[in-house]
Ligand binder design. Structure first.
Ligand code: 0O2
Length: 201
């Protein structure tokens, strides 16, 4: 039995609903500007195994209640953009959803993490006519959004891989190098944004 129990179907519907809104936004921006609002979206429901592992790591019982009310990333959507401005435009678009509450926002673009990680994080509380795990109808389900550029995403993927390779020699040197690369990529993102503005002016 999945940790999500009877809520699996609702999670799937909510994920597809938010994805659908982002697809519609892409079509609108494309028709208005002839440019992409973003390059692609990755959406997933955290696997049963990863969610159980996260519950154990956080000292929570492995229950639907922990997964859907104590943790907020059962539904995860990543939006990958070419340009930094596109990231902030999508953030504004998401803020306009009137059936969603913004539970948390973390701007790791203006305030990068010390290791160099950059991304814009939002946790949405989506209000739905379906019941939630706490017995509320209408219910609230969480969606974690990560919005970032291609450069930020490439860096995060590499750094994520390193976290699981604990036996790498010269860890400290590599951490420093990764931070340096993150800063260089951020500088490239800014230059790309400027070039785009010059082309469009
Ligand atoms: P996974 O396996 O990607 O799902 P948390 O308790 O970790 O959920 P936190 O740390 O307060 O809460 O949230 P934050 O900082 O918003 O991070 C949530 C997610 O962002 C992480 O999920 C990662 O996917 C990503 N992330 C945050 N910091 C880093 C980083 O330094 N490097 C990389 N590569 N990704 C990062 P999980 O649950 O940690 O992992």
């Amino acid at each position: 039995m999945s940790i999500y129990g009877e809520y699996e179907g609702t999670l799937q519907r909510i994920m597809e609903d938010i994805e659908g809104r982002l697809f519609a936004y892409q079509e609108r921006v494309k028709s208005e500007t002839n440019e992409n609002a973003y390059e692609y979206i990755l959406a997933r429901i955290k696997t049963d195994e990863s969610m159980r592992e996260k519950c154990r790591r956080k000292g929570l019982p492995e229950t639907a209640e922990s997964a859907l009310s104590k943790l907020t990333d059962a539904i995860g959507i990543r939006v990958i953009c070419s340009f930094v401005d596109d990231v902030f435009n999508i953030v504004e678009y998401i803020r306009s959803f009137d059936d969603c509450e913004i539970i948390e926002e973390k701007d790791y673009i203006r305030h990068a993490k010390p290791n160099g990680y950059r991304s814009y994080h939002m946790i949405l509380g989506v209000h739905t006519s379906e019941s939630d795990v706490m017995g509320n109808t209408p219910g609230t389900f969480y969606v974690e959004l990560q919005i970032r550029t291609i450069a930020m995403d490439t860096w995060a993927a590499l750094e994520h891989r390193m976290k699981y390779k604990k036996d790498i020699p010269n860890q400290e040197l590599l951490v420093g190098e990764l931070k340096r690369v993150a800063d260089e990529l951020a500088s490239c993102d800014l230059s790309m944004q400027t070039i785009r503005e010059l082309i469009n002016s």
